[in-house]
Write a protein that binds this ligand. Structure first.
Ligand SMILES: Nc1ncnc2c1ncn2[C@@H]1O[C@H](COP(=O)(O)OP(=O)(O)O)[C@@H](O)[C@H]1O
Ligand SMILES: [Mg+2]
Length: 364
């Protein structure tokens, strides 16, 4: 029987946050049991983590919060730290229980890169808005745990609204697309040191707990490289494919190849390569200069047997757009970059349609 006293204990538990995060231990699912009667409280906590320090801290914080509660005389907090189940195994189990967290979304396109700073978020944001401008219903999920960019790129500083009745997070809507970012739920002042299971949980929440509704495309801005976020995504939603963003330098291209290899390994089709910061068009004389090298992305695509989706020029206005909260395809829908993004958006739509004809695998 759940007494009023017990309800109050749950309330208190909801005030205890995971160290460094704005999310509480109840919503993470760490509280496995609460017994509360006549001033005595017993709480069972369980976490699957390698982060022993965080587990100890949570145990202490829970103990302290409960002792400070009116009507509580005695407190016992049990903490069980389970050795994390091998991640792939856990994810496969999860996939079997619930194969698709976002059944209303027709195509999920991951935007990936081998390394950071190549303009992945810029491309993801402008691609999403451009697809919407072409008449599709589009969502953008910023799943970059190390450096979420959607809040700045779209000028959103507030937290998302929650539909309390249905316990759903409502995405923001701006420039015709739905938006959600890990940046909206992270404590911005705390460096993010995330362990696999937490990354998995957060990404699952960004997919399954957000009211995405019916969408033609959900564009996902992934962290650079090949880590837990990539794996979670590839295993929790049927990905239509991944788009790999690169710059024309050799180092970036080598990393892009590694990214491609990773997606191939997990049976996610790579729908193509986008070359960003491709050439520089002088705003004064209009002459085009290849700052790095020419055609590297195209050659890499050819070499790896994937499509070349287009090249985005290097332009200071793109930086301005990113910093000011108005993506360039919104501020200058008729400009040269908007054309470049249009080419890319159309190529992505074409490749997604093509890959839809092939069988998809979301488990490896
Ligand atoms: N085509 C471009 N021309 C000029 N600057 C760009 C271009 N693409 C991205 N940038 C800038 O480069 C920086 C890194 O881009 P970002 O999209 O955050 O990269 P990533 O997500 O890969 O780390 C940002 O300041 C962004 O405005
Ligand atoms: Mg980024």
């Amino acid at each position: 029987m759940s007494s009023e006293f017990e309800e109050k204990i749950w309330e208190v538990l909801r005030t205890v946050k995971f160290p460094g995060m704005s999310r509480d231990v109840v919503s993470f699912g760490f509280v496995k049991g609460v017994e509360a009667s006549a001033g005595t409280v017993k709480v069972d906590l369980q976490m699957a983590t390698e982060n022993q320090a965080a587990a100890r801290q949570i145990q202490e914080d829970v103990d302290r919060a409960l002792r400070a509660t009116d009507g509580v005389d005695e407190v016992v907090v049990n903490m069980r730290v389970a050795v994390p189940v091998k991640q792939e195994q856990a994810q496969q189990q999860a996939v079997m229980q619930d194969p698709n967290l976002i059944p209303g979304v027709a195509s999920v396109v991951a935007v990936a890169s081998g390394k950071g700073g190549v303009g992945k978020s810029t491309v993801a944001a402008n691609l999403a808005v451009r697809l919407a401008q072409l008449g599709h219903s589009v969502g953008l999920l910023d799943a970059d745990i190390y450096g979420p960019s959607v809040p700045i790129m779209f000028g959103i500083t507030e937290k998302p609204n929650i539909d309390g009745e249905r316990n759903r997070i409502l995405p923001f809507e701006k420039y015709g697309i739905k938006l959600m970012s890990l940046g909206f739920i992270l404590d911005t002042d705390t460096p993010v040191i995330w362990r696999g299971p937490m990354v998995m949980k957060a990404i699952e929440q960004m997919l399954g707990d957000v009211e995405w509704g019916e969408l033609d495309y959900l564009i996902v801005d992934l962290p650079p490289g090949t880590g837990d976020a990539q794996l979670t995504l590839t295993q929790r939603v049927p990905l239509s494919g991944a788009v790999v963003v690169t710059t024309p330098q050799d180092v970036a291209l080598i990393d892009a190849r590694k990214g491609l290899a990773m997606f191939n390994k997990v049976n996610v089709p790579v729908i193509g390569i986008i070359e960003n910061m491709s050439s520089f068009v002088c705003p004064h004389c209009g002459e085009s200069t290849d700052v790095f090298k020419q055609g590297g992305g195209e050659r890499t695509a050819e070499l790896l047997g994937t499509a070349f989706l287009g090249a985005i020029p290097l332009d200071p206005k793109i930086v301005e757009g990113g910093d000011s909260g108005v993506p360039i395809v919104v501020s200058e829908p008729e400009g040269g970059h908007a054309d470049a993004f249009r080419t890319v958006a159309e190529a992505v739509a074409r490749q997604v349609a093509k890959s839809a004809e092939q069988p998809k695998l979301s488990i490896f």
